[in-house]
Design a protein around this ligand. Sequence first.
Ligand code: DGL
Length: 266
Amino acid sequence: MVSERAIGVFDSGVGGLTVLKELCRQLPGEELIYLGDTARVPYGTKSPSTVSRYAQEAASFLTALGVKALVVACNTASAVALPQLEARFGVPVFGVIQPGAARAVQLTRTRRVGVIGTEGTIKSSAYTRAIQALDPRIEVRTTACPLFVPLAEEGWAEHPIALQVAQEYLGGLGLGDIDALVLGCTHYPLFKTILGQVFGPEVALVDSAEETAAAVARVLAEGDLLRRSPPGPHRFFVTDVPERFERVGGAFWGEPLVGVKQVEIG
Ligand code: DGL
């Protein structure tokens, strides 16, 4: 039965574990398969055609394992590759852009929304399009925060340096009078404390991971695709040796990652 199959989740590396964690929290009865393309991370600085090719290779790997749905945890891949994935693979495909955009539209009162993400995500304007498709009156202000990814991977998301970097990127960029900020990158939910300090309580931080997991839960329930039998253990695959993923990923995942397997894709 299709409902008894696992959900496939992929990202460029460890960051997508923030999405996986939310899926686990909101869908505890599901079995999850995670692929981190650690051999080719980062996606955020690469061209749309390269990211799209990588995303299709990751999706091919997961669909070959028989997943019932695909979650593109990577914002950069969601921004540039979603239509190709939806056209090519015969399972529901969830990106992280649409759910985050929809939540920001719900939350904003001033109709001024900020979006932060990788260079690739910001250049694609995917969030701006998604937000303005829902409400064209909303002004969207965007900026890339490339140093957030290495800071998070270093375990420095709450370090004073991270606060300084956040103030530098966000302080003077006209994000000043927004009332909702979309955390448009897998790594950025780790900066919620610091972003809360920079923006204050009147700016709602929109976590794309939470919104995406909620969208997956809703669609699976509507399609009668929720698993009925007890789930097996989650499985983790990476495209480079697992050591770094296990070490850095443990912090994203909240507990040690075990049994991570290295595979070749593409
Ligand atoms: N996963 C990427 C994203 O959400 C961040 C890391 C990368 O650049 O690959 O955009």
